[in-house]
Design a protein around this ligand. Structure first.
Ligand code: 13P
Length: 250
């Protein structure tokens, strides 16, 4: 059985005092869950979030990293830097980074490799635009992105990569993919992994759904056969909402 990983992506929100307050409120609400609880916070919150989450079941992640270890890359943060303060997860290739910050399948692949070199757990985002979906290309796009993201990884690394299927048209729009559509897309991603790396690995890879997941729709999505968790934006900013998603199975 694959575990469920419920991860929040705060995006560019939350000052340190707000981060500390949210995590303090969240802790008692999620302490009894068997699901993995992750919050991916802005760089400026990392240190505070790590401190307040210490000794709890809440794991902390970043939202991006550079693939080089150090050097003349003004404004960037490396995997080694993230690891040095105890960060556990890192989101890689979010569609907002692909769209606004020129991330490509190639940089995504380099970042995943660098994440593993630094013992960070990557959450890798793939997803199609509305145009691509309407043109009938969604599955090609997402399986291609997956294949390129994982290129050159060891089997063990593939197995430990979390993939987040986030249809771009569902992000921040209030439009959620139907349970069946989300599950079907995730199955296609798993089939691609099976073709390349075999059934055992495909069975073990965690594949999340992301895009307007909220307390009112989380249960039906998370109970689908192939949806192994969620990557949650807006609804991860409030402890009560995020806890309700984490506790979907209670
Ligand atoms: P929303 O949950 O706000 O739609 O954001 C989804 C997302 O992009 C998570 O990475």
């Amino acid at each position: 059985m694959r575990r469920k990983v419920i991860a929040g992506n705060w995006k560019m929100n939350m000052l340190p005092n707000e981060a500390i307050q949210m995590i303090t409120e969240l802790e008692p609400l999620v302490k009894d869950t068997n699901n993995e609880v992750v919050l991916c916070v802005p760089f400026t919150d990392l240190f505070y979030a790590l401190n307040v989450a210490q000794g709890t079941n809440i794991k902390i992640g970043a939202q991006n990293m550079h693939f080089e270890e150090k050097g003349a890359f003004t404004g960037e943060v490396s995997g080694k830097m993230l690891k040095s303060i105890g960060t556990e997860y890192v989101i890689i290739g979010h569609s907002e980074r692909r769209q606004y910050f020129a991330e490509t399948d190639e940089t995504v692949n380099k970042k995943i490799k660098a994440a593993f070199e630094n013992e960070l757990k990557p959450i890798v985002c793939v997803g199609e635009t509305l145009e691509q979906r309407e043109a009938g290309n969604a599955y090609d796009i997402i399986t291609n992105q997956t294949e390129k993201a994982l290129e050159g990884l060891t089997e063990n690394q593939v197995e430990n990569t979390i993939i987040a299927y986030e249809p771009i048209w569902a992000i921040g729009t209030g439009k959620t993919a139907t349970n069946e559509d989300a599950n079907e897309a995730i199955k296609k991603i798993r089939e691609k992994i099976c073709q390349i790396y075999g059934q055992n690995i495909a069975n073990r890879v965690i594949i999340q759904y992301g895009g307007s997941m909220k307390p009112s729709n989380a249960k039906e999505l998370l109970e689908m056969s192939d949806i192994d968790g969620g990557l949650i934006g807006g609804a991860s900013l409030k402890a009560e909402d995020f806890a309700a998603i984490v506790n979907f199975d209670k």
